[in-house]
Design a protein around this ligand. Structure first.
Ligand code: ARG
Length: 461
């Protein structure tokens, strides 16, 4: 059957529609450098097992070097008859070192253990690249934190004004989530760092080849413990698909806020021209497309995770061809993040905050009501009573269309006899923020410490 790797027992080649269905080179070609690295390692263990002479090993490695170079320059590409990247590269090797030597490399390995290994290699590199891209986004946010150490804003729950907070505290909350995404990728790597090479089709290799040597050669911590698991397991793919989807979701939450913050109604921030787009008809428009694409792509990343889980569900051990469907969703998730992360870093790093506007809105919506209640608690009033009293203050202020700090002394005592004019000390945004000074709170000195610790963690990566 042409250049296929399995023609022996077949009388005819595959039907055209069969071949078309089977073909994967249009997406698995990106594994070519890893396939060649795997072949180099495999050639070395064949040599060590006495299955390749010294001269054969030298010629094989030289052929693989030439093939790698031709793949790199594009001089060698898969042909339509090459079923997958492994088939194409075997043809390429045979074209370079001849059929006799080229035909020896396949001993003791199967595409099943090959592809599981190469996919892990590709994903481990991708994870490191994505993590670096996330750290750039964190850096952009930290630069904003450092630019605005004391800017205030209305903190929200249910999107309603809740309590005033520092802008720096809010931005660092996103940094915390993003840093966990980075750490999650690193934790994933500790589980993914096992090489299936040597598992063969499913049962392991009989030729005295050393899987540990191949694993070390390819940068893995160790070979897998079980050849069936090595060829059948794809939880490493599902797990990183989750890590990437979670990252997408975290990015989309930042993106959604940027979209809201840059509306006329909020007016918290203005996008830099380089990171916004215009409208073909409305001359005044400045659109937050980066943020919208982040929000949109997060759905796609979730879809890639969901699709992969559905592919894996109920597959019996060991390898099934269904598993060929594992790669495209992950390639896509990584590709989208490769595009998105630098754009998010650029957009967030250049966002211009209108801190006056945010300060003006910080006390709006009675965000200091909790401060009244907590002041009363410090005077010995039970919180249930204090909560009622602060609520009465809000009602009174709302009825008169004023802020809590504008209530008269009589109005305050009418709400609660314990509400003396001293309560005014906490009726400022600054006082409220400064009072939340326990670990993790929004008080300026706590936020400065938080920033310092976060920067330390970033430096550790
Ligand atoms: N291209 C396949 C994949 O991506 C590997 C080949 C295994 N094919 C096979 N018939 N055993 O999973």
């Amino acid at each position: 059957a042409g250049g296929a790797l399995w023609g022996g027992r077949f009388e005819s080649g595959p039907a055209a529609a069969m071949a078309a269905l089977s073909l994967s080179t249009h997406f698995d070609w990106r594994l070519a450098p890893h396939d060649i690295a795997g072949s180099r390692a495999h050639a070395r263990v064949l040599h060590r097992a006495g299955l390749l002479s010294d001269d054969e090993l030298t010629a094989m490695l030289a052929g693989l070097d030439r093939l790698a170079e031709d793949v790199r320059t594009g001089a060698f590409t898969p042909a339509p008859a090459d079923e997958d990247v492994h088939t194409a590269l075997e043809r390429g090797l045979i074209e370079r070192v001849g059929p006799e030597l080229g035909g020896k490399l396949r001993a003791g390995r199967s595409r099943n253990d090959q592809v599981a290994t190469l996919f892990r290699m590709w994903l481990r590199e991708a994870a490191r690249r994505v993590a670096a891209g996330v750290l750039d986004v964190v850096d952009a946010l930290v630069a904003q934190v450092e630019r605005h150490p004391d800017a205030v804003m209305p903190g929200r729950t249910h999107l309603q004004h809740a309590q005033p907070v520092l802008l720096a505290h809010h931005l660092l909350a996103h940094c915390q989530a993003l840093l966990r995404d980075v750490e999650r990728l690193r934790d994933w790597d500790a589980r993914a760092a096992f090489s299936p090479y040597g598992s063969g089709a499913l049962a392991g290799s009989s030729l005295g080849l050393d899987p540990a040597a191949v694993a070390a050669d390819l940068g893995f911590a160790a070979p897998v413990e079980n050849s069936i698991d090595g060829t059948a397991a794809r939880d490493f793919a599902a797990e990183i698909a989750f890590c990437l989807a979670m990252l997408g979701v975290d990015l989309s939450r930042i993106a959604e806020e940027v979209i809201i913050w840059t509306t006329a109604e909020f007016g918290y921030a203005v996008l830099d021209d380089a990171w916004a787009t215009g409208s073909s008809i409305m001359p005044q428009k400045k659109n937050p497309d980066v943020a919208e694409l982040a929000r949109g792509k997060s759905g796609r990343l979730v879809g890639n995770l969901t699709g992969l889980m559905a592919t894996l569900k109920a597959q019996p051990l060991a390898y099934n061809r269904d598993l060929q469907e594992d790669k495209e969703p992950l390639f896509d998730s990584v590709e989208q993040l490769d595009l998105l992360l630098p754009a998010m870093a650029g957009m967030l790093g250049t966002l211009r905050f209108d801190t006056d506007r945010m300060a003006e809105l910080a006390p709006a919506g009675f965000t200091l009501a909790t401060d009244i209640a907590e002041w009363l608690v410090r005077q010995g009033v039970p919180f249930r009573v204090a909560h009622e009293a602060a609520g009465a203050c809000v009602r009174a202020a709302e009825a008169r269309g004023v802020g809590l700090d504008e209530l008269t002394d009589e109005e305050l005592t009418r709400c609660c006899p314990h509400l003396t004019p001293e309560v005014r000390s906490v009726l400022t945004v600054k006082g409220s923020i400064a009072s939340r000074n326990a670990h993790g709170g929004t008080a300026p000195e706590r936020v400065a410490e938080q920033r310092a610790r976060l920067v330390e963690r970033v430096r550790d990566h």
